[in-house]
Write a protein that binds this ligand. Structure first.
Ligand code: DGJ
Length: 721
């Protein structure tokens, strides 16, 4: 171990702004980044000039502790081709064919764009080739969230190819590592699995281009030493802000150290960087918690509300969607009656789903019309304008469904622009849901997609909401436009989708938009910068939804998770309603078939929801009992002032006479006196929980008896100080 001289250390961290030291001989440089509770510390080793990660964990007591680091640590961004024996974060071939990269520290810079944010940029350079890699660490101090990305700039005489270009590489030294992943399929999103990592490599990834939920969502927990639960354990929660192929790679080496490499999936994605140009990776976003998964989720929720999701602090619209009630089969009078139902229920907006467009090949099922975004004259003889006006006169807002990245072969768009579509030469077209993907790398297609949205919003200024769908994964991966750069397709597609969304956001900065991909097929913080919410799953059976919504709640705040009350499942309307109310509530139900009691119950539930939605959307989530542990699920949202809380309890498939222990609450003020009142009871039904007044201490130490224990029943409690 090398001798470490205090005199030869430069420490640069938060508070040391604009530090730009150049490494001198005999100097170690410590670069300290982090948030209010987390330190992420790097060191430049004087002997080799490389950058190492020396610490990631809870805040160290003092700067003096930082100077105690004696070992080199682990490489901060491992390269390929010199002496690294493990998976690299970056791999490239120089313009002379040299397949190796060496990165040495040059300088670093710390900016503080706001009280809450610090951006540390560490510049590394190959000593022999003009290739710069800058590692960015953006710390959100109060939220305890860190965002990492890199930028690769090359100034060689000719183009170079990059094969691996991770957003982040993190190193851990723990006795054991527990990885929690969220697997699934269409209508089966966010299935949680936890396993111990063993020696070697474990990869979580998607190669589907879009529609990642046919495999898995880009999120994970990594628990250190022991499995963590809601309140105990050391872990990171990680996610990639990228709406395409991603990869999280976990490699446990021969010494038991773990390297986590996160970023765009290198699979079939080598990228050519032209001289003088740069390549910027998407962000890896993570939070460190030493108090279990509950704190990690709350950190991410706060970050999402403040920075990660469009209008995260704003309100959301309750709505009636027609998809599950009409599918493609509707006409103007039917839609007008649904506008009236929206009003009758007390909802804010009516959302017209798929099937309203295309004439030569009418969109009467999913086999035709996609791409031809003109109102279907048979179904809507007076056009969208008429419906927008009708909605206005009824007193509700009007929203609309689109799927602008896709095309049916049976469409005018397909006939007129075959070169705008991804398809392989000399191969039959491969269909999924009878459709193909448009080539978003082509500027003409970008313009078309922008105009689908902009054209509609300009023509019908009363449109108040968009559901943006994307119903297939990417196969047929060939772009006429990209010519000899086919391996850039997966990356360029996503970046160009973001450019279109960026352009739309310049023009319509606060317009509410739901992100949808055949359910939750494209849920990530790359896209959510442009969307106010997402459609969580096409599976709306409330028993399944408890698990699906539970899964999303680990990484995404309640205001973003759209839950609709539908006719799926055989559960009572109360159970369906109570399940939807734990997130962003909506309806996809035949209102005209509700009984008088059901209608009354629904109207009251919507009024309750509107009264409590600020706590549900912007309060702190405490998951109290997991459906993965018991035959019930219980969670609360507690207002920031701790004066109000809402508790949701769902009894699932309980056994005959199964009994449950009292539920101990969390997050309340122990000294506060809280009035507990059951709400959302169905007309004629008795309350099923301990109504009364209790101290916060009692509620958190002794707890409440909630629910009857009968299968598929639910309870909502309003708790007020
Ligand atoms: C898939 C979505 O998830 C559904 O909600 C619905 O909008 C259909 N597409 C329409 O085609």
């Amino acid at each position: 171990m090398k001798k470490f001289l205090l005199a030869s250390i430069l420490i640069c961290g938060v508070g040391f702004t604009k530090a730009q030291p150049v490494l001198k001989q005999n100097e170690d440089i410590i670069i300290s980044t982090g948030t209010k509770s987390t330190d992420l510390i790097y060191k430049v080793n004087k002997s080799d000039g490389r950058l190492y990660q020396v610490y990631l964990g809870s805040k160290l007591g003092s700067v003096a502790d930082i100077t105690q680091f004696k070992a080199s640590g682990h490489l901060a961004y491992a390269t390929f081709g010199t002496d690294n024996l493990f998976e690299p974060a970056i791999r490239m071939t120089h313009n002379d064919g040299n397949p190796s990269l060496e990165l040495k520290y040059v300088s670093h810079n710390i900016e503080k764009p706001s009280e809450d944010i610090t951006i540390t940029a560490i510049l590394l350079r190959d000593p022999e080739y003009p290739v710069d890699v800058t590692i960015y660490i953006k710390s959100y101090i109060q939220e305890d969230v860190i965002e990492q990305w890199t930028e690769i700039v090359q100034k060689e005489a000719n183009p170079v190819t990059i094969y691996n270009y991770a957003s982040s590489m993190l190193n851990f030294d723990a006795n054991k590592y527990w990885l929690t992943q969220f697997h699934g399929d269409w209508a089966k999103e966010m299935k949680m699995q936890e396993n111990e990592l063993t020696s070697g490599i474990k990869i979580l990834d998607s190669k589907l281009g879009t529609h990642a939920h046919m495999y898995q969502t880009p999120v994970f927990f990594l628990s250190l030493n022991e499995k963590s639960d809601e309140t105990n354990g050391e872990l990171i929660a990680g996610t990639l802000g990228w709406s395409g192929n991603f990869q999280f790679l976990f490699e446990v080496d021969e010494k038991g150290s773990l390297r986590v490499i996160s970023g765009i999936n290198p699979f079939a994605s080598e990228y050519i960087v032209q001289p003088g140009k740069s390549f910027k990776t998407p962000s890896f976003i993570f939070t460190y918690s030493n108090h279990g998964k509950g704190l990690a989720s709350r950190n991410l929720h706060h970050w999402a509300a403040n920075y990660g999701i469009m209008d995260g602090k704003g309100t959301r619209l309750t709505l009636l969607n027609n998809w599950e009630t009409t599918y493609f089969n509707f006409n103007e009078p039917k839609l007008v009656s649904l506008l009236n139902d929206t009003k009758k229920m007390g909802l804010d907006l009516f959302l017209l789903d798929d099937g309203w467009f295309a004439n030569k090949y009418p969109r009467n099922d999913d086999r035709a019309g996609l791409g031809d975004w003109q109102e279907n004259k048979a179904k809507l003889p007076h056009g969208l304008g008429y419906l927008v006006k009708e909605a206005d006169s009824v007193g509700v807002k009007f929203g609309i469904w689109i799927e602008p990245e896709m095309v049916n072969p049976k469409s005018e768009l397909y006939e007129n622009h075959p070169d705008w579509i991804l398809k392989l030469p000399n191969r039959p077209e491969n269909y999924f849901r009878n459709q193909l993907v448009l080539d978003l790398t082509n500027p003409k297609v970008q313009e078309f997609v922008f105009n689908v949205v902009d054209g509609m919003l300009t023509k019908y200024q009363g449109i108040a909401f968009i559901k943006w769908d994307c119903n297939r994964m990417m196969t047929n991966g060939y772009s006429v436009y990209l010519k000899d750069k086919q391996s850039q397709l997966y990356v360029d597609y996503v970046n160009n989708l973001y450019s279109i969304l960026e352009r739309l956001r310049q023009k319509y900065p606060h317009f509410p938009m739901m992100l949808c991909s055949g359910g939750g097929g494209r849920v990530d913080y790359g896209a959510l910068r442009y969307f106010t919410e997402f459609w969580a799953s096409d599976d709306t059976d409330p028993l399944e939804r408890v698990y699906i919504q539970w899964g999303y709640s680990y990484f995404f705040p309640a205001f973003a998770v759209c839950n609709h009350i539908t006719s799926w499942g055989k559960q009572s309307l109360k159970f369906r309603t109570d399940v939807a109310m734990m997130g962003k509530m909506g309806y996809d139900l035949k209102v005209n078939e509700l009984t008088e009691n059901e209608l009354k119950f629904s109207q009251e539930a919507i009024a309750n929801y509107k009264r409590l939605s600020d706590i549900i959307w912007h309060g702190d989530l405490y998951r109290l009992i997991s459906p993965y542990d018991e035959n019930r699920a219980v969670l609360t949202y507690v207002s920031n002032s701790k004066t109000k809380a809402v508790l949701f309890a769902y009894t699932l498939n309980s056994r005959f006479r199964e009994s449950f222990l009292p539920v101990k609450l969390q997050g309340l003020d122990p000294a506060g006196k809280y009035n507990v009142k059951e709400i959302n009871t169905f007309p004629g039904e008795k309350p099923s929980a301990d109504n009364g007044t209790y101290t916060g201490d009692y509620l958190m130490k002794i707890g409440l008896n909630i629910g009857t224990g009968a299968p598929l029943t639910s309870t909502i409690l309003e708790i007020s100080e």
